[in-house]
Design a protein around this ligand. Structure first.
Ligand code: 8YV
Length: 312
């Protein structure tokens, strides 16, 4: 019997790597735990987890000898770490290997929305450019003021990219960080008030639910653009939609949504939003690196060695 259970929807390459390396049992989502035999469940000591279904006490209770949950992704908000702690279960994630891709997409969405490239491309494709002339002028982006909400590894990589656009960089985090002269704001509303564009790079989970609140969105103002590459849950989505519909802010670039992959249909009617299908880390190279790091954590556990990237 195998000690490793893979839970979630893996691509063929990653699924084969898990079964080749660990003879892993694979189930599509945690609801299939109840279908495992007693012998299968008691043999499992490691879970390779991917996806956004909740994995907490109820799911852990099916696996009495579980010792490690190795998450595929840097965000592990689907996994209840408090429940894991209570059972002496370690949780690992896949930090750093995806920073560049996620930061690149944040900048791409900012440029696409800020320079209204989606509407401009429609003007070319529809023939309106030839028929009605050039698109209306849009606004200069370089040299303005950018705010990073959450100065972790990805937030820092976004800020480093923005420095190349000659931006005045401000940020909010739980505490002030060592930075090359960026302006710290202890309060998220103060940050929003001070910047033209806001990049949301917060850790998902209960502590950051709607952290980008209606007040934060209002403080960003009518010319503001919000870019979110973290989790849909960190923004008050109803407040964001109200502001986008009313002109309370100019636009947004969103790679993550509450209830994804189902997206609030109000977003689909908006012309001032760039919508992406949670593809921040979705390149061949980065997903391979994430999968390898997930497997390396499981291999370390099975050998009794130190885990590479524990979060608890
Ligand atoms: C992946 C992510 O889309 O790393 C994360 O937290 O959100 C992305 O890299 C996701 O984890 C894959 O399930």
């Amino acid at each position: 019997m195998t000690k490793t259970l893979a839970i979630g929807s893996y691509n063929a390459t990653d699924r084969a790597a898990l079964t080749d390396a660990f003879d892993a049992l694979v189930i599509e989502d945690p609801s299939a735990l109840s279908g495992l035999s007693d012998a299968q469940r008691t043999d499992i000591t490691a879970v390779a987890y991917t996806g956004h279904h909740r994995f907490g006490e109820a799911e852990m209770a099916y696996l009495p000898n579980l010792r490690v949950v190795a998450n595929y992704g840097v965000g592990y908000d689907a996994i209840d770490v408090k429940d894991a702690d209570a059972r002496g279960i370690k949780v690992t994630n896949t930090p750093n290997v995806l920073n560049d891709d996620v930061a690149d997409l944040a900048i791409a969405m900012w440029l696409m929305q800020g320079r209204e490239m989606r509407l401009a491309e429609q003007r070319v494709r529809s023939g309106a450019w030839a028929k009605d002339g050039p698109a209306p002028l849009n606004r200069k982006l370089s040299g303005k003021t950018a705010g990073i909400m959450g100065m972790g590894r990805i937030g820092r990589d976004i800020a480093d990219r923005l420095a190349a656009f000659k931006m005045d960089i401000h940020y909010h985090a739980r505490s002030e960080k060592q930075t090359p002269g960026w302006t710290y704001h202890a309060d998220p509303v103060d940050l929003a008030r001070a910047v033209d564009f806001m990049f949301v790079a917060l850790v998902g989970g209960p502590d950051t639910e709607k952290y980008v609140s209606r007040d934060v969105i209002a403080a960003l103002g009518r010319d503001g653009v919000i870019v979110n590459i973290s989790r849909g849950s960190v923004i008050d989505e109803e407040a964001l939609l109200d502001a986008l519909e009313s002109g309370g802010i100019a636009g947004a670039g969103l790679d993550v949504f509450v209830g994804e992959p189902q997206v609030n249909p109000r977003f689909l009617k908006l012309e001032n939003v760039v919508l992406q299908p949670h593809q921040g880390s979705a390149t061949v190279q980065t997903r391979a690196a994430m999968a390898q790091l997930q497997r390396d954590n499981i291999a370390a556990h099975l050998k009794g060695a130190d885990l590479l990237t524990p979060v608890n």
